[in-house]
Design a protein around this ligand. Sequence first.
Ligand code: GLU
Length: 285
Amino acid sequence: MPNHSTAPVLRFAPSPNGRLHLGHAFSALATWRAADALGGTALLRIEDIDTERCKPEFVAAIYDDLHWLGLNWPSPVMLQSQRLDVYARAGDDLREQQLLYPCFCTRSEIAALATQTDPEGAPLYPGTCRHLHRGEQIERLERGDPVQFRLDTSAAMARVGLLSFSVVGPLISDRPQLRYARPERWGDVVLQRKGNPSSYHLSVVVDDAAQAITHVTRGRDMEAATDMHVLLQMLLDLPTPIYHFHRLILDDDGRKLSKSKGSPSLASLRAAGWTQDDVRRAVGY
Ligand code: GLU
C-alpha cells in the first residue's frame, strides 16, 4: 500500500556502532536536501538494537557531527533500543500467521550445507529447520538451546503474491518507477533471536511505519535489502514508502567507506581542520 497522501517525512537512521564518516555525511546531506526539495521534514532515528556494538557515546557523537554539518531534526529522537516490546509484537504477529519458525543451526552448519549465497555474499540458509517436527521444536526450546527465529519466506510470498514498490531517482522529484521485489534472494532471514526480539529488517519496517516515513533515502548498497522490507510491510499490513537509492562514497580503491576498514571519521577530519564546506565538496555537494 503506497503512502502518498501525507506530508513528506524522511529519515536518516544511523547505527551508533562507531563514528560517522564521509559516507554517512553524504547520506545525511542527501536526506535533508531531499526533504527540503519535497517541502517535508527529515527525522533522525538511532538504530541501536545491536547492544554489543552500539554505544551511548556514539549516539552523542552522531548528534555532534550532524549539528556540525548544520543539520537539525525534531525531538524526541526515536531510539530503537527503547522499542523492543513493539518489535516483539510484530514478531508475534508473524508467529500467529505461522510464518516464523525456530532454527537451531549454527553458523558453521549453515556454511557447510549452503549451496547458494544471498545478495551480500553470505551463505544462503538451506532451510534445515523449516520443517522440524513440532515436538522437537518444543523440546529444544524448553532445553534452552540457542535459537533464532526465521521467516518462512516462500510461505510468506505465497500469501502476498507479486510485490512491487516505487523508486525515485536520481532526483527525489523524479517520477517514481515501479520495481518488482525479489525477497526470495534472501531466503529465510533471521528476524528474532533468543533474548533479542528484533533484527535490522524487522525494526526498520516497523519504525518507518511508526514515523509515517513517506520517502526512504538510503545508499545503493541497501537496494537488495529493500525487497525483504517490502515483503515484511505487506505481511504486517504497513505502508510501503517511496524509495530513493543514492550513490555511495568510495575510497581511493573504489571500496565503500566503512568503519571497519578504518575510513577517517568526520571527527578526525574536523580535528585536522576540515570545514563543513570541505565535507560538502569532498562528497560532491
Ligand atoms: N541503520 C542502517 C545503517 O546504518 C541504515 C538504515 C536504513 O536505511 O534502513 O546502515
